[in-house]
Design a protein around this ligand. Sequence first.
Ligand code: ATP
Length: 251
Amino acid sequence: MMIRVTDFSKVYGRTVAVDGISFDVGAGQILGLLGPNGAGKTTTLRTLAGILLPTRGQLSVDGCDVVRQAICAKQRLAYVPDEPGLFEALTVWEHLQFTAAAYRIRDFAPQANELLQRFELDSQRDLVVHELSRGMRQKVAIVCAYLQNPRAMVFDEPLTGLDPRGIRTVKESIRQHASAGMTAIVSSHLLPLVEDLCTHLLVLHQGRVRFQGSIDQARALLAGSQRPASLEEVFFQITRDDQRDDQQTAC
Ligand code: ATP
């Protein structure tokens, strides 16, 4: 498995943000991570990226434990946070140079130029981040993540601030990389995005897994209803406060 999370918990002081969750994501799969505010999504993604330490449990990327083999895991997974952490005084091109140096990517310029063109950032290449719009910053973070040539990518709300063309480019790039074997996790509140893009679904609620399975299995949950269930209906059904997680886990 490319990403494996086993019995993972994270406690902040008295808050149990994640409570013993387990899931796997295989090569080429795109997992949609859903859940209401405070469900534990960002905590899970930041722990996978090696930014937070787990309180309990194991998380691994391509067999590398994110705590004990942190460098190995970080070489394989790129993280695009919801608020891109960029250097205000560096230009777009300097971000790419910095990423290439940090990840020891040789001859990065052709790929970097291609990415800038694809994400329509080529005319901003010499602007400092301070001069960029929010959507442009988001695209810089995404371009830097792709430059790492990761085996797995984790996106936290990747479309925030992007215009329709940017949204289409990001969706197409995720699909294209997944069909070449990359694994992706995409956390989003945009249910149509998840329905359109993802092959699998993980729903968290109050730090616990409420559903995991394929998108089709999610729809089949409401199979008794007269019309095909939309992901929105499934989401509200799964995250009703009185649901028990053991009834909702499809696999
Ligand atoms: P959202 O959809 O609002 O982004 P989320 O599913 O990403 O939510 P998390 O950010 O993982 O949720 O938060 C899960 C829980 O952990 C929440 O109860 C939150 O208040 C708590 N939490 C998150 N970060 C911290 C922190 N640094 N210190 C204390 N509590 C935290």
